[in-house]
Design a protein around this ligand. Structure first.
Ligand SMILES: [Zn+2]
Length: 134
């Protein structure tokens, strides 16, 4: 075996460089029912991960779930009505895909901003500016 073979072999055998986990992990909504109210216990953790204003996500949840909601003194979201965890989690997913992930490169390193009166996702990773649906 000559040197080049050895080198090739060494490279092949070296453990693959572990790429940083590319999937964007958003905390799963922790949901609790209290009477006719559904409480998202970890609303602040979700908002923080998404790096979006809490009022913006809350507004989205209200529209998606067709209900009224507010944020209580502990920072939890309180939605009027009974909703299953999966329903809330789906809505958070939709929000993430619609308002956080860059449609061009699929990374979450974005800002929500306004460009000539249109809400856009401004991507820090690839520089793309993409309009968002409202
Ligand atoms: Zn991008």
């Amino acid at each position: 075996m000559d040197y080049e073979d050895q080198l090739t072999r060494a490279l092949e055998e070296s453990p693959e460089i572990v790429r940083e986990e590319s999937r964007f992990e958003v905390p799963s909504a922790e949901v609790r029912k209290e009477g006719n109210t559904t409480i998202v216990e970890n609303f602040q953790a979700v908002v923080k991960r998404l790096n979006r204003p809490e009022s913006h996500l809350l507004k989205f949840l209200q529209a998606e779930l067709g209900t009224s909601a507010h944020i209580d003194e502990s920072g939890r979201a309180r939605l009027t009505g009974g909703f299953r965890q999966a329903r809330i989690a789906d809505a958070v997913d939709d929000y993430t895909n619609g308002f956080v992930m860059c449609p061009e490169c699929g990374l979450p390193d974005t800002q929500l901003t306004t460009e000539q009166g249109v809400n856009v996702i401004d991507c820090d990773a690839c520089g793309a500016i993409s309009p968002v649906r409202e």
